[in-house]
Structures are given as structure tokens and as C-alpha cells.
Design a protein around this ligand. Structure first.
Ligand code: 5GP
Ligand code: ZN
Length: 108
């Protein structure tokens, strides 16, 4: 947990969010400013700043994030129509919240 991190606060339950899924490793909640009919954020519970900060030991969490995104897309019937999975990396890559997250956008 990192002080002053918005997503750590959401994970701790001190900031509200609309959760779709939670387990021991990750959570999924709705983006507060959706850029698509469905815009969810897949977020590891552990505070990792960005893709740049991943180590060779972090393969598991990245695969869990992608596989869970695939699963919730199917469960919410947006898999067939198609969706985007997106990591913004650091400021130049459009990252504003420096706690790793995977955008799931779809429902068009
Ligand atoms: P980034 O640009 O860092 O990849 O994406 C951060 C995303 O987090 C943005 O799409 C933004 O709308 C979303 N966001 C920022 N603050 C909050 C918040 O307090 N709650 C929720 N649910 N989403 C947030
Ligand atoms: Zn954090």
C-alpha cells in the first residue's frame, strides 16, 4: 500500500468504487470517467507503479490480469463484439494514476 495512491485507497476501501470482481491478487472496478460503453480497470492489489517497474517475477500477476479481463468480458457478453486491453505507461504514455492497471474498453 502506498500513501496518497488513489487505487490503493480504493483497494483498502477508504475511497468508493463500483467493483465487479475481487480476489486475493487483483480487483476490477468501473472507471470513473468511461471512454467506452464499458470501461473497467483491472488492478493488482500490490502497489506497482507501472509496467516499467515489473520484475521477472511478476509474470504471474500480469497473466492473471489478462486472463481475468478475458473472463469478465465473456461473462458480460462483450467478448464477441470485441474489446481493447490497454496499459498506459508513464506520463508520455498517458498514465495519470501511478498504480499499475489494465484498461478494458468495449461494449460498442
Ligand atoms: P491512466 O490514464 O492512469 O492509465 O488511467 C487512470 C484511469 O483511472 C482514468 O481512466 C481515470 O478516469 C480513472 N480514475 C481516476 N481516478 C479514479 C477514481 O477515483 N475512481 C475510479 N473508479 N477511476 C478513477
Ligand atoms: Zn497504489
Amino acid at each position: 500500500m502506498e500513501k496518497d495512491c488513489v487505487f490503493c485507497e480504493i483497494i483498502r476501501g477508504v475511497r468508493p468504487a463500483d467493483f465487479l470482481y475481487q480476489d486475493d491478487s487483483l480487483v476490477i472496478f468501473k472507471d470513473i470517467h468511461p471512454h467506452a460503453p464499458i470501461h473497467w480497470l483491472v488492478v493488482p492489489r500490490r502497489h506497482i507503479r507501472s509496467i516499467n517497474d515489473l520484475s521477472d517475477q511478476d509474470g504471474d500477476i500480469i497473466s492473471q490480469m489478462i486472463l481475468k479481463a478475458k473472463e469478465v468480458a465473456k461473462d458480460h457478453a462483450i467478448a464477441e463484439s470485441g474489446y481493447k486491453l490497454l496499459f498506459n505507461v508513464e506520463r508520455g504514455g498517458g498514465q495519470f494514476i501511478f498504480h499499475l492497471h489494465l484498461h478494458l474498453l468495449g461494449g460498442w
